[in-house]
Design a protein around this ligand. Structure first.
Ligand SMILES: C[S@@+](CC[C@H](N)C(=O)[O-])C[C@H]1O[C@@H](n2cnc3c(N)ncnc32)[C@H](O)[C@@H]1O
Length: 347
């Protein structure tokens, strides 16, 4: 194995390495072994994965049909989970680790447990409006070029799915405090549910980075700290909001409108131009899953040959259209000598 591979494995934050009874942290190991490969057979990596607790959301995969996955939780002392084979209390999951198996009290095979990724969490959770799908959310983060320390507007909040993706990247820089994402939602019920949804992801890991505001975007905007480094509009009338938003975005800062119809794309480009915003790009994100696995070949008249062959092909189900990503930039120049202008020149 190449030394670089070992070093990567050793730097995983959950890694603990053990040789006999002695345990040392990954960083200790990296210091003493980065140029020195482990040779003995009993040198085994042990990962101190965390265990599930009440309040956690768990991804469960059915042991009988591993394609069936769902989210359970947040785990509560009164909660239960089950299917046609049986039922178990949430308490049966508490204290277990990712990849542990739990069976029903009647002996029937139950579930394999996992910690959901952000993609799984946003795709599998219940929703009250159409979220920004992970394929689009990751492209949005990339197109906007979001960094730690950036201040980003997200309107409307909806489920909070995009806010979570934005918060992964626009977290405060080291030493600074306070939220970086300002998310605005006109409906009280959506606002409330989104807060809960964000808090349910990895025990509220990203909640401190998100400020939730309830009201119409045009009314909330003047109350927010500005300027924004970037903004996303996922609203039915995104084009009507650009006039309010344009003065709040840094010179050369980006605004991205997420809209399902081409007629809305044209409206956003036109309204952007009228508000001093130029169009950079219009993008539709493609995402094609493949089926890769072994299967049996059946030959006519001869039955099942029994031979396993690799099947590698795009999935039957096509990924349908979700939305267009319309990337605009603020054409405004900052006044000479201002901090904004210096920042613009650095980019
Ligand atoms: C499609 S959903 C947003 C989904 C969200 N981006 C997500 O990833 O979960 C649109 C949301 O915008 C809200 N909304 C519509 N017009 C608004 C406005 N003018 N100001 C604030 N929120 C608005 C709606 O109530 C709805 O919850």
């Amino acid at each position: 194995m190449a030394p670089s591979t070992i070093t990567t494995a050793l730097t995983h934050p959950l890694a603990r390495w053990t040789r006999g009874a002695a345990q040392v942290t990954a960083m200790d190991r990296e210091a003493s072994f980065s140029s020195d490969l482990p040779k003995d057979a009993d040198f085994v990596p042990v990962f101190s994965a965390r265990t599930f607790q009440y309040g956690d959301v768990v991804l469960v995969r059915e042991r009988r049909d591993k394609t069936r996955v769902r989210l359970i939780g947040p785990l509560t002392p009164e909660g239960a989970v089950g299917n046609s084979r049986g039922q178990m209390n949430h308490s049966a999951l508490v204290g277990k680790s990712p990849r542990d198996k739990v069976d029903f009290p009647n002996g029937q095979p139950g579930y394999i447990l996992h910690e959901p990724s952000l993609e799984e969490y946003t795709l599998l959770a219940g929703r009250h409006c159409t979220p920004v799908y992970p394929k689009d959310a990751s492209a949005i983060v990339s197109l906007l070029g979001i960094h730690p320390g950036d201040r980003v507007l997200d309107a409307g909040t909806g489920n909070g799915a995009l806010a979570l993706h934005l918060a992964l990247y626009a977290r405060p820089e080291e030493g600074s405090v306070g939220p970086c994402i300002h998310t605005v939602e006109r409906r009280e019920d959506h606002h409330r549910l989104a807060k809960k949804f964000v808090a349910g992801y990895r025990r509220g890991l990203l909640s401190p980075h998100i400020a939730f505001h309830q009201g119409m975007l045009s009314e909330i905007l003047p109350t927010l700290p500005v300027p924004f480094d970037a903004a996303v509009l996922d609203l039915p009338d995104a084009h009507l909001q650009l006039q309010y938003l344009a003065p709040m975005v840094k010179p050369d800062g980006h605004v991205l409108c997420y809209v399902p119809h081409m007629s809305q794309v044209m409206e956003c480009v036109h309204a952007g131009q009228e508000s001093g915003m130029g169009m950079d790009r219009v993008v539709e994100v493609g995402w094609r899953e493949w089926e890769v696995g072994r299967t049996r070949v059946r030959t006519q008249g001869e039955g099942d040959s029994g031979a396993g062959v690799w099947m590698c092909r795009p999935e039957h189900r096509p990924a349908g259209h979700t939305g267009f990503l319309v990337l605009l930039h603020n054409r405004r120049h900052a006044p000479k000598g201002s901090g904004d202008e210096e920042e613009r020149m650095k980019r």
